[in-house]
Each structure stands twice: as C-alpha cells, then as structure tokens.
Design a protein around this ligand. Structure first.
Ligand code: C2E
Ligand code: CA
Ligand code: CA
Length: 708
C-alpha cells in the first residue's frame, strides 16, 4: 500500500490514502468519503462489499503478480462504475472492495455484481475463486455511519460462506435479529452446558446395496429447558466465533466414548461412531493429545471412534490440519473428510489426500433438472477417482430412491441421509441395532488390501514366521520358494525346521554354528527375559543353487505377553534396504487371522498362518480345500452369512473369475465367530506369484476389519 499525501483544494489539510495498486481510496479514506456523502443527503443509500473466496490460494498457486493483476482489473472496473454511475468505490485491503451509492439506484448493485462476475469468469479455477457479495440498504431516516454500513455488509458476507450462490447477501432485519440473538444466546448456552443439556443424536450410515447400517455419526443437539431439540446450526456458528465450540466438542467426544464404553460393557454389537472436529478445535487445542487421552481413559479400541474433519478446514489452515491429521492417524484413528464438494476441493486434491473415507455431500450439488447432468458428472468423477485410490465414499444428504440408485450405479457403496434414517436419540439407535437385519455384516473396508501387504513382504523377506519360544510352535506367515523344504512333511517345531534346512544343505557351512546358536530357543528365551530381544545374524542361504546373504532376525512384537508369547523370526534379504519395513512387518503380524495357499486345480493347500484362537486338529479330516472351506464355514461363519460364503468360495466360480479377469482380488465380508463373539472379518482371494492357468495357485487371507 502506497501512501500519497497531498492537500486537496477546499479541504482541510490532511493525509489522503490511495492504494497504489488499485488506484482506489483505502478503507479509511473510503469511509470518510461515504460519511461526507451521507451528510449531504438524507435519502436512503446502499453499500455493497465483495471479496473473493480462497483468494490467498490464488496468490499461492499462480503467484502474487497474477493476484495483483486480478485485483487491478477489478479496480479498473469499479473506477468505471464511479464514472458511469457516480458510485464511491474503495479498496478495503486483501481481496475486499466496497462500493457506495444511493438506494434509488439499487439496480446499480446488480450491475456491479454482474461486472465482477464477468471478470471472475475469465480466471482459472473459477469454481474455487468465486466472488461473494454482501449488501446493506440504509432506509430513509435510519441513522448509521460508513463504518456501520461496512460492518453490516461484512456480516452479510459471513452468512454466505460455503455457499455456491453468487447472488448478493443482503444484511436484513433477520440478520440483525440473528446478531442480537447470538449475543443473547451465549449466556443460555453456558447455562445449558452447566445443566448438561447438550448431547448428540446418531445418524446411521448405510450400505446402499441393502440399506444396512455400517456405523453412525454423532450430531450435537441441545435439549433446551422446554425440551425443544435445537440443531447445531442454530448455535454452532456463534460458538465458533467466540471459541466456546472447543469445550462443547470435547464434551461431545467424551460422551461418545462413554456411550461406546457402555455398549462394550453391555455386550452390544458395536459399529463405529464418528464425531465432528471443527476447524477451530484444531487451531485452538492439541487434538492429538486430547484424543490420545480419551483412548487411554476409556480403553476403547480405536476403530470404534472415527473422526470427521471438514474439507473447508483444509483450505483454511492446511499445514496445521495436515499435522493434526498425521498425529491422529498415528494413534490409529480413521479420518473422514467431511463435506467434500462444498467448494474448495478440486479433484486434484483427492490424489494427495491422506484420509481414509470421503464424505461427499449431495446437498452441495444443485441437482435440479437443468443441472442434473452437471451434478451427476461431478459425483461420478469424484467416485471414480476415489475408487481408483481405494478410498471409500459415503454420500451424504441422500433423500430419494433415485439418488441412491444413481450413486450405486456410479460405484458409490455407502450413504447417509433422510432416505435411510434421520438423526435419532441414542436409545432409538440402540434399539435399531438390536435387529440383526438392520445391520451390515461388513464395514467400510480400509484402503490397503491384504494382498498389498503380502506383496510388500515378499519383496523383502525370504520367510516370516511367528514362533512360540517356549514350545517351539510356529506359524509361517510368508515364505518364498527358497525356504520350502524339499521333503513333504511339515516339521512340528521351528527347531526341527531349522535343523532340517541345515541338514538339507541350505545354509553355508561356515554359518551353520552361529545360526543354530542364535536361533535356538534357549538363546531366545534368555534374551527375552533380559528384555533385550533383538537378535540379528547374517547367514548365507542357498537360493537356486547359489548362496545369497540373508539376515536372520528375531524380534519381540509389541503385542507380546506371556499369555500369547509369540515372537517373530524373519529372514530378510540382506541386500535390500529393508530396515524401514519393520513396521510393515509388525502390521502384517497383526493383520491376518489366517493365510492359506491353495492350488485350486488339485485342491492341495498349506495353512501359512494359522488363526491363534483355533484349537489344534480342527481340520484333521479336511484333505482338500473344499472340505476345509466347508468345515470352516460350518464352524466359524455366522449362519446368516453362510450361504453367501459358500457361494463366494465355490471352487468353479473362483477359478472362472481368475481365468476371466486380470487377477482382480475377490473380497467378501462376513461375521467370524471368535473367542469374543462374532467379529466382522474379510476374506480375500488373490493370485499368488506362482499363479498360472495350468497351476492356479491362490492365496486366501482372512482378517479382522478395522485392524489397520
Ligand atoms: P454435517 O457434519 O455435514 O452433518 C450432516 C448434517 O446433515 C446433519 O445436520 C444432518 O442432520 C443433516 N442431514 C443428514 N441427512 C440429510 C438429508 O438427507 N437431507 C438434509 N437436508 N440434511 C441431512 P445437523 O445435525 O443439523 O448438523 C449440521 C452441522 O453441524 C453438521 O454438518 C456439522 O458440521 C455440525 N455439527 C454437528 N455436530 C457437531 C459437533 O459435535 N461438533 C461440531 N464441531 N460440529 C457439529
Ligand atoms: Ca460431519
Ligand atoms: Ca457433512
């Protein structure tokens, strides 16, 4: 901003500020000019203020110079308005402009608006950088100064946030009333908080396919003294302005944890609850710490609580939000991007989004007849792109059957909206879940498939096994062909396995002694009790007739306990940069209940990882995979899911699928009987690396949903 100082003829000596870039009066000078005009006439008058949504991004994306160019262009147009229609125009700083004129010419406001829109339509990404207009009409006889008028217009703009409408928001009596109401509201809210009048309703999220429930969102409600249920848009905006929202949100989050806790105690079926995190929460408190404490305090599995962060928060304080998001994900929370499509988001943003689920709001799309195709296209491209990156989409605000059918046809699987259920009191929701028919077997699945983890593992490890150092029992989670023993029988203990491999000549003679010592159970146990369990030993292992270096490693997983004393034995390829893969490995260890390799033609199979809860000998009579699957279905699959399960694993169907496709994995969710009751699990079938048409070797994994 340049300051020019001159003495105007007929005026008192004073500093006059004109902005150099735009050539328009700055805000103080503008106010002064307007006040002078107001003093001259007693007719009504009108002020219009505009700004550009997300303008700071315009500067960031296209450079300051481009931003300045745009501002100058707008200013040039406004100067033309001054000449043509006698308005007073001012540059109020940043991306804000105001004009003032007599209300006898209200249509001037409309002309100004259209001129600005015409300019904005020429800029790039103009669906993001939209002008917003706020106006105020000063009626004849009303008393107000220039600053008051400006405040009113700014307030009107405040009402327009997150709206696609590019009309003028007039500050009217209703808004004035609202301002007053807001001021009067605060003491009531404070007393409402003291009287514990705040609670939440739950709105189910459903599978579109059959309308069954997969989870719910907690939506704040205020039950007033008179018993009226007040929705959040009547009080949250006021609370966001003065920061009180953070106390109320913390209260609601805690309450959600308490409800989950109670459900666990009552042995109810639990589907995750998502809570809303406001932009203000992230700015004003350490949300990572707060949610970490909640987990500690209530001891609830992290998968029962999910977090919704609104997309517009990303536009406002990107770095801060990203950091919070990272911390929350580290704690294990699933993050839902709320209100996707409300404005800021471009499809490009999807590519580097870290979130786990996208909530696409149908209410933001103008889906009337004329715009139907456009709306459908937007929805369609978002869903397509999300599907490409394995990001589940929940469509919000679904009100009609047509909408839900359209969504399904576009590849969207989940929805939330009045068409399914309205938000309801907690007790009503509990009642709803008591009927199994209302509940989906599956939940929204996570992004990375089991296949991807196994592939990661195969790249770096020759073999991974979990070992009980007290009994020598072991489950092989993964091994490549080099680690297969040539004889048929599977050794009973890891010690036998290692001794067999040595006697088969797999290990270089010079490394044998050290290897046997480091991998012996007595050595492992000694280290274990000394709490220093990390054994490393490099050895040469024979691979296709030549010796290759591997690092044998024994580690103690975090989940280790004397009740479940499993440690990990890994044989890592020594020439790979595998150190940072350890985490993937730990994950892997926790992911699968069961991993089976099967040749579907012969029906021969190997259980690579056995379910820890499973008693030994269960499948003694299962001589091929069909017997095995049948026995499994009978014993472990929920009766209601059994028919589908049997269809899913049917040998001919599976063979056909892998013959006809590029190897798309098959997935199905079902309820798996476990020691703690039924759990939602996913079975996945995919081609193994050895797969060929004549030798259709497949991998079958079963894992708990929510584990990731
Ligand atoms: P939201 O997070 O987008 O929540 C969805 C809103 O859409 C809810 O309004 C819900 O009742 C409404 N809705 C659901 N289905 C339909 C439908 O089919 N048609 C229409 N027209 N509306 C539908 P609600 O409960 O009034 O909440 C409004 C907003 O208030 C929420 O929007 C959220 O941004 C905020 N909010 C709610 N609870 C909390 C909270 O605990 N903390 C914070 N910070 N914000 C909250
Ligand atoms: Ca939400
Ligand atoms: Ca939403």
């Amino acid at each position: 901003m340049a300051v020019m100082s001159f003495r105007g003829a007929g005026r008192e000596a004073m500093d006059i500020h004109v902005d150099l870039l735009t050539g328009l009066p700055d805000r103080r000078f503008f106010w002064q000019l307007v006040d002078e005009k107001l003093a001259e006439h007693s007719e009504g008058a009108c002020m219009l203020t505009m700004n550009i949504e997300h303008f700071s991004y315009y500067n960031k994306w296209y450079g300051r110079q481009e931003g300045d160019k745009l501002l100058a262009e707008i200013a040039a147009f406004l100067q033309q308005c001054c000449r043509d229609w006698g308005v007073v125009a001012g540059y109020m700083g940043d991306d804000v402009f105001s004009v003032f004129f007599y209300s006898s010419a209200v249509d001037v406001a409309e002309k100004v608006r259209q001129g600005i829109i015409a300019i904005m339509q020429t800029v790039r990404d103009n669906e993001i950088f939209r002008p917003i207009f706020g106006g105020f009409v000063l009626k004849k006889g009303m008393e107000a100064g220039a600053i008051d008028l400006f405040d009113y217009t700014v307030n009107a703009i405040g009402q327009a946030v997150d709206s696609l409408n590019m009309g003028i928001y007039w500050f009217d009596e209703q808004m004035a009333r609202q301002l007053i109401e807001e001021m009067e509201l605060m003491p009531k809210i404070t007393s409402g908080m003291e009287k514990a009048q705040f609670t939440f309703y739950l709105q189910p999220k459903c599978q579109i396919r059959d309308g069954r429930i997969v989870g719910a969102e907690a939506l704040m409600r205020w039950i007033s003294d008179t018993g009226e249920v007040i929705p959040p848009d009547r009080f949250i905006p006021a609370l966001e302005k003065n920061g009180y929202i953070i106390q109320l949100d913390r209260y609601i989050w805690e309450k959600a944890c308490q409800v989950i806790c109670r459900w666990m105690e009552q042995g109810r079926r639990i589907l995750p609850i998502s809570v809303n995190i406001s932009r203000i929460d992230i700015m004003e408190m350490d949300v990572v710490e707060v949610f970490g404490q909640l987990l500690d305090k209530y001891k609830i599995p992290v998968e029962y609580l999910e977090l919704e962060i609104t997309e517009s928060a990303y536009a406002a304080k990107e770095a801060l939000i990203k950091e919070a998001e990272k911390g929350l994900r580290k704690l294990g929370f699933k993050i839902l991007i709320d209100d996707f499509g409300s404005g800021y988001s471009s499809l490009n943003m999807l590519k580097d989004i870290q979130a786990d689920v996208l909530k696409l709001d149908m209410r933001f799309l103008d889906m009337n007849k004329d715009n139907y195709l456009k709306g459908r296209n937007i929805v369609s491209s978002v869903i397509t792109m999300a599907n490409q990156i394995d990001l589940p989409v929940i469509a919000e605000g679904v009100e009609t059957l047509e909408q839900s059918e359209m969504l399904l046809s576009l590849g969207c699987s989940f929805a939330q909206g009045y068409y399914y259920y309205r938000p309801m009191p907690i007790a009503e929701y509990e009642f709803l879940l008591e009927d199994e028919n209302n509940v989906a077997a599956s939940n929204i699945t996570s992004r990375k498939s089991g296949a991807a983890y196994l592939r990661d593992l195969a790249q770096y490890f020759g073999m991974v096994a979990e070992v009980n150092p007290f009994t020598g029992e072991y489950h092989v989670i993964h091994h490549d062909d080099n680690f297969r023993l040539s004889f048929g029988r599977r050794p009973d203990t890891i010690t036998e396995y290692i001794e067999e491999s040595v006697s088969e000549g797999c290990v270089h003679a010079d490394d044998v002694a050290g290897y046997l010592r480091r991998s012996s159970l007595s050595y492992v146990k000694e280290r274990l009790l000394g709490k220093r369990l990390r054994i490393l030993y490099d050895l040469r292992y024979r691979r296709n007739g030549v010796y290759k270096w591997y690092t044998f490693e024994c580690q103690q997983p975090k989940s280790f306990s004397l009740d479940s004393p499993w440690v990990l034995f890994t044989w890592k390829r020594a020439n790979e940069e595998a150190s940072e893969r350890i985490d993937a490995l730990m994950l892997m260890h926790n992911i699968f209940r069961k991993v089976i390799r099967v040749n579907l033609r012969s029906g021969c199979f190997d259980v690579l990882k056995k379910d820890k809860d499973e008693q030994p000998g269960l499948y003694r009579d299962a001589h091929n995979i069909v017997d095995y699957a049948t026995a499994f279905a009978r014993r472990f699959v929920h009766p209601d899911d059994r028919t589908t399960f049997e269809w899913f694993v049917e040998q001919r169907r599976v063979l056909q699928h892998f013959r006809d496709t590029d190897g798309e994995p098959l997935r199905m969710n079902f309820r798996h009987k476990t020691a703690e009751g039924y759990r939602d699990c996913q079975i996945e079938i995919y081609r193994s690396v050895e797969y060929s048409a004549s030798k259709p070797v497949l991998l079958v994994t079963i894992r708990d949903l929510y584990k990731l």
